[in-house]
Write a protein that binds this ligand. Structure first.
Ligand code: PMP
Length: 442
């Protein structure tokens, strides 16, 4: 430990922190210096139990030896290889490992470095696919209110979060948004999938009627929306969306950046909901977040249309210097091997009922407006303080952190997604700390 610098840095000013209240943080820094298993540790060695798997990403728990060693080994053998018209073996192996987990017939994998890059890559693949099939007028991209697909212009435009778009002027043209599926009156305190709301998928038919199916390329949604407050798809909603897309030749894209790699007790949400998209994006859990990496998996038909069938012989003019980076590929292979050998999906499924009961035990806490859960995701919606939306969420986050539990506030919703190695005793500690924090602010 002596060789690890864990002291507080004396200059906090240079770093422009992402998505942060920079001024507040720099006046009241909360730093994480190391991590192991279910916990982070502050520079003064205080343990903080991780109820968020970092940012929905360290699904196998922190500091996993197998992953660390795979990265170290790879750094010594091959630090980098050019990506375009050259390759290295581990990228191919990592892609086949991912393809083993995706639904049958979705065996083609394009590597990126993040969820945002995956979202923009998926949208570009959808456009290129239609063009390769002689339907270049299909350019319209449909997202959903409260959808989050990262911060690139594609994902941001298709995403449905006003504040994320407000500062940045022009978005992509030809985008539309389905309504979100949050129906608090009908579905409050639902356990798992809510009953009401499948009809909201019909909004896609209205968009088709308005613009014509022949202008629409794709619909992109998160199967379970995470960072905008844990919105679980109502029973029948995804099935209906799939039917409408298929009927009109529209591609369905799942953003599985949060839901992938065991979060719902299956490799992907597609499997858990038994509704298969044409394209899926992923990131986060793919490498257990030890090295940045994202990916887009597509149906074999989409790959064939673009790679083998494009009339003008143009393949996909798209890629990143670090697509399939050797260190990331090594981390992905080691991570997916851990998933297999430790049956992390099975572990998640086993503890899901306990997690669900624990989340819903907070339903009667004062100031709790709703509790939502699915897989190992939990969302506790607090009543907002009049005129100060988000303030209670932030206060609960800070109190929990200071009491040794890391949760995430998204507005006034406390979102949780523990590593899949979570035990009942951890769940108990998370819930008790939350209960105290919520009581303290009311
Ligand atoms: N899609 C979803 C569903 C996400 O939750 C996130 C990140 N929280 C992203 C995309 C963007 O990923 P990144 O921050 O790695 O670009």
């Amino acid at each position: 430990m002596d060789d690890i610098r864990v002291s507080r840095p004396n200059d906090l000013e240079s770093l422009w922190m992402p998505y942060s209240d920079n001024r507040y943080f720099k006046a009241n820094p909360r730093l994480l210096a190391r991590a192991s298993g279910m916990s982070y540790y502050t520079p003064d060695n205080r343990e903080v139990l991780d109820a968020t798997a970092g940012l929905w990403c360290s699904n196998a728990g922190h500091g996993r030896r197998e992953i660390v060693e795979a990265i170290q080994r790879q750094a010594e053998v091959l630090d980098f290889a050019p990506t375009f018209n050259l390759g290295h073996p581990l990228a191919f192996e990592a892609a086949s490992r991912v393809a083993e987990l995706t639904p049958p017939g979705m065996d083609r994998v394009f590597f990126t470095n993040s969820g945002s890059e995956s979202a923009d890559t998926a949208l570009k693949i959808a456009l290129a696919y239609h063009r390769a099939r002689g339907q270049s007028q299909r350019v319209r991209l449909i997202g959903r209110e409260r959808g989050y697909h990262g911060v690139g212009f594609g994902g941001m435009s298709v995403g449905g979060i006003g504040p994320n778009r407000k500062q940045f002027g022009a978005m992509l043209p030809y985008t539309d948004h389905l309504p979100h599926t949050h129906l608090p009156e009908q579905n409050r305190f639902s356990r798992g999938q809510p009953r009401h709301g499948a009809h909201l998928a019909e909004a896609l038919e209205s968009i088709v009627a308005l613009h014509g199916a022949e202008t629409i390329a794709a619909v992109m949604i998160e199967p379970v929306a995470g960072s905008t407050g844990v919105l679980v798809p109502p029973h029948g909603y995804l099935q209906r969306l799939r039917e409408i897309c298929t009927a009109h030749g529209i591609l369905l894209i799942y953003d599985e950046v949060i839901t992938g790699f065991g979060r719902l007790g299956t490799s992907f949400a597609a499997e858990r909901f038994d509704v298969t998209p044409d394209i899926m994006t992923m990131a986060k859990g793919l490498t257990n977040a030890a090295v940045p990496m994202g990916a887009v998996a597509t149906s074999n038909d989409i790959y064939d249309a673009i790679v083998n069938g494009s009339p003008d012989g143009i393949e996909l003019f798209h890629g990143y210097t670090y697509s399939g980076h050797p260190l990331a590929s090594a981390a992905a292979i080691a991570t997916l091997e851990l998933h297999r050998s430790e049956d992390l999906n099975g572990r998640a499924r086993k503890i899901e009922p306990y997690w669900q009961d624990a989340m819903h035990s907070l339903a009667d806490a004062p100031g709790v407006a709703d509790v939502r859960d699915f897989g190992l995701i939990g969302g506790i919606e607090l009543t907002s303080r009049p005129g100060a939306a988000g303030a209670r969420g932030t206060e609960v986050f800070r109190r929990c952190f200071d009491k040794g539990v890391l949760v995430r506030a998204t507005g006034d919703i406390i979102a949780m997604s523990p590593p899949l190695i979570v035990e009942p005793s951890h769940v108990d500690r998370i819930v008790e700390t939350l209960r105290e924090a919520i009581a303290a602010i009311h």
